[in-house]
Design a protein around this ligand. Structure first.
Ligand SMILES: *Cc1c(COP(=O)(O)O)cnc(C)c1O
Length: 224
């Protein structure tokens, strides 16, 4: 694999002019690799585990944006609330309330995405379209002044069937556009669409992603 800096430069080139930004997914990777990515100009990192993110965060410069992309348990929110830039994986009102509470304690407003279930798989977390609509229309989100919902996140099915993946991204984008033109709470805006990983980012960008989450294509395969 070419060096990390080359991979990042390659991604930046591919994304230039698309309106889509790169999040370097650094889960399981040592801090030295994050430093290497940072030196190459990458300041957005995605981690899926709270403990790993809180361990790495103080070891990198303060201008790094930390993106929590994995499932988040309510009892762990307090550890990331002081610094997290964007929580991609919000899938319940209960979790939103806890993020709001911890954000208030830190005198912050924390940006969140609703994670939408688009894959034909049992194992992925998320809300379905109807649940997401119901949450946004519940009257509860606007009672949480220390959170902002800024868009949606989704993961496509892990499959060789590219047409299926494309359709899943397309449906998420359509829902995103529909929500954009619906009446939304004051603290909700639809501007970020987080979709696409190493194996499917090209399709995600074509279908309108604004944030791709790429790990192995930059840092190499992870050990299982
Ligand atoms: C691990 C992970 C990624 C990145 O996966 P790669 O295939 O290594 O690019 C993206 N999104 C989420 C939610 C992940 O957990």
């Amino acid at each position: 694999m070419p060096p990390i800096a080359d991979n990042i430069a390659e991604f930046e080139k591919r994304l230039s002019g698309t309106g889509c930004r790169l999040i370097a997914v650094t889960k399981t990777k040592p801090v030295e690799m994050l430093r290497e990515a940072y030196a190459a100009g990458c300041k957005r990192f995605g981690e899926n585990r709270v403990q790993e993110m809180t361990e790495k965060q103080p070891q990198l410069p303060a201008d790094v944006e930390w993106h929590l992309i994995g499932h988040l348990q309510t009892n762990k929110v307090k550890y990331i609330a002081p610094f997290v830039a964007l929580v991609h994986s919000v899938d319940s009102l209960k979790l939103l309330r806890e993020i709001d509470k911890q954000a208030a304690k830190n005198q912050r407003v924390i940006d969140c995405l609703l994670q939408i279930f688009i894959a034909q798989e049992e194992t992925k977390f998320g809300l379905d379209f109807a649940e997401a609509e119901a949450l946004l229309a519940s009257g509860e989100v606007e009672k949480l002044p220390n959170i902002r919902i800024v868009g949606l996140m989704g993961m496509a099915t892990f499959t060789e069937n590219r047409e299926q993946v494309k359709q899943e991204f397309r449906r998420l984008k359509q829902f995103f556009e529909k929500m954009k033109t619906s009446p939304l709470p004051v603290n909700v805006s639809m501007r970020e669409l987080s979709m696409g990983m190493s194996g499917d980012y090209e399709m995600a960008v074509e279908e309108g992603s604004t944030l791709i989450r790429v790990g192995s294509a930059i840092f190499g395969e992870r050990k299982a």
